[in-house]
Design a protein around this ligand. Structure first.
Ligand SMILES: [Zn+2]
Ligand SMILES: [Zn+2]
Length: 110
């Protein structure tokens, strides 16, 4: 059987994505069905595994939905060594500062 790229609609976010011929072949060889979600929704799903009761927030389109609280990451302040909470994943090649040390320095040393 010859496969060709297919455009599918994501069951979660409704956007179209390409189900490539290679992927189709892979899925068929494993006996999998066509994917129901786009790659990004699948990745999100994988990330949220074991995250508790995070259901699909499928709603009636009522606006004003509050954003979930930002996830904070714990890191060690590169300046004072205390624990610092930052709203992004700390990277080893970038120093992280706590809120005390993060204040922009004023050039008042002279
Ligand atoms: Zn999607
Ligand atoms: Zn600090």
């Amino acid at each position: 059987m010859v496969y060709s790229d297919k455009t599918l609609t994501c069951a979660q976010c409704g956007s179209e994505f390409t189900f490539s011929a290679d992927d189709q072949q892979y899925h068929a060889s494993r006996g999998y069905q066509d994917p129901k979600r786009c790659p990004s929704c699948r990745a999100e799903r994988r990330n949220s595994q074991g995250g508790g009761s995070y259901g699909s927030s499928y709603g009636g389109g009522s606006g004003g939905y509050d954003r979930p609280q930002r996830q904070m990451y714990s890191a060690t302040c590169a300046s004072c060594g205390r624990e610092a909470l930052v709203p992004f994943q700390p990277r080893s090649d970038k120093p992280v500062y706590c809120s005390d040390c993060f204040q922009p320095r004023r050039t008042s040393s002279w």
